[in-house]
Write a protein that binds this ligand. Structure first.
Ligand code: HEC
Ligand code: HEC
Length: 358
């Protein structure tokens, strides 16, 4: 049927139908555009939140927020920004300064007194006693006063500071009531202020690494020392003094300026646990660089080198409370002094535990 034969009404109908079709197509296109913009926006938002999370992780440094569970993160010291202003805050800050730069005040060139070997408390209590499994002070303050197995008496917290001066710093303790010890105690209290008395905290002291079935071997340790430690601690364990010669950039591991043979570090379990998660410098519990076995052998090597001697006859009046790795007799068991020093510790621990559990 030719077009000019269509009547007017038919023409109008076709025209309207065409218009409706066009509008519908336009509407569908619009809908698609709108929908995709919404979806795209949403994705963008998600990406942004992800990015923000990432920055939070980086700001927190070594902390791994992905694992929010407390056991994995371990204890964290209060934030420095919570130290109050004014006199109270000053005391905390001074205490921290004394822990970080002990030798400046009490070392061989000390400005207050010459009573120590030149080490800083921080050399062994890393990051001023706040690092996980680096001998931190998390549970220290709340647990005092307590009975010391070493002296057999109930002692105040200041005793523990004195002991580290006399053993780890191979020197003399400053006056317990003096400004310095009091400031240190104030700092230690602040560090542990979020820990409740008796609370179990993950990451304190050292990691107790697995005992070996053989004695730790100084000869193997010597080879490891030459490969992994000598660059900082020196061929003779003498360490490296800082430019002003007041403190050590790299602290000594043996000799006259190191801890004496009554110190905690002279016990193999402490030493091995410490180096496993902290040495060579930069190692952490999450990123250790030594195996358990290497840590034991390094401990055996370093602790068979010469250092100052302190008489320890009065230590541990109750011999059953003496640690298995106490390097000097007498003991409550029949194991030799050599085995108590280098292990294997398992057979000794079994005997001591059975006595103490009776
Ligand atoms: C050579 C390493 C070394 C140095 C330096 C050192 N300490 Fe210690 N400190 C240790 C070890 C190891 C222990 C744990 C000892 C043990 O259990 O027998 C310890 C334990 C302590 C404790 C008890 C912690 C607790 O939770 O029970 C305090 C407090 C302490 N030291 C304070 C100090 C102060 C203050 C200084 C500086 C004046 C200092 N230490 C220097 C190695 C050291
Ligand atoms: C890159 C340098 C470096 C290397 C390598 C290194 N250390 Fe250390 N070490 C240090 C520093 C620095 C400290 C003190 C940390 C502080 O004061 O914050 C220290 C502290 C120590 C301490 C406690 C303080 C003392 O003098 O008794 C021991 C023990 C120790 N290191 C053992 C080792 C052993 C074992 C090795 C080899 C596996 C090793 N270190 C490798 C730099 C190093």
């Amino acid at each position: 049927m030719p077009e000019n034969n269509l009547n007017e009404t038919e023409k109008k109908l076709i025209h309207t139908a065409r218009s409706i079709l066009l509008i519908s197509v336009l509407l569908v296109v619009c809908c698609i555009i709108l929908l995709s913009t919404f979806l795209w926006n949403d994705q963008q938002k998600n990406e942004l939140t992800l990015q923000m999370d990432q920055t939070a992780i980086e700001k927190n440094g070594s902390v791994v927020p992905a694992a929010k569970n407390a056991a994995d993160q371990g204890w964290q010291a209060p934030d420095e920004s919570t130290i109050p202003t004014g006199e109270a805050g000053e005391k905390i800050r001074y205490g921290k300064e004394l822990i970080v730069n002990t030798a400046k005040y009490f070392g061989p060139n000390g400005s207050i007194a010459v009573i120590s070997n030149g080490m800083n408390c921080q050399n062994c209590h890393l990051q001023a006693g706040t690092k996980m499994f680096a001998n931190n002070y998390a549970v220290f303050f709340t647990s005092y006063p307590k009975k010391s197995n070493r002296s057999g008496q109930v002692v105040p917290a200041s005793n523990r500071i004195a002991e580290c001066f006399e053993r780890s710093l191979a020197g003399k303790a400053p006056d317990a009531s003096g400004k310095e010890v009091q400031a240190m105690l104030t700092y230690l209290k602040w560090v542990g202020s979020e820990v409740k008395k008796g609370e179990k905290v993950f990451g304190t002291a050292f990691e107790r690494i697995k005992y070996m079935d053989r004695p730790a071997d100084p000869q193997r340790g010597k080879i490891l020392y030459a490969a992994k430690c000598v660059s900082c601690h020196g061929k003779h364990g003498e360490g490296v003094l800082s430019v002003d010669r007041k403190t050590y950039t790299y602290p000594p591991l043996w000799g006259d300026h190191s801890y004496n043979d009554a110190a905690g570090m002279y016990r193999l379990i402490n030493f091995a646990g410490f180096v496993k998660n902290n040495m060579p410098l930069g190692a952490t519990y999450k990123d250790p660089q030594l195996s358990d076995e290497e840590s034991w052998d390094l401990a055996a090597f370093v602790n068979s080198q010469p250092r100052r001697h302190k008489d320890q006859k009065e230590d541990y009046p109750d011999l059953t409370k003496k640690p298995v790795d106490a390097p000097y007799g007498p003991y409550s068991d029949q194991f030799t002094e050599i085995q108590h020093k280098y292990g294997p510790f398992k057979p000794i621990a079994e005997i001591i535990n059975s006595i103490n559990n009776k």
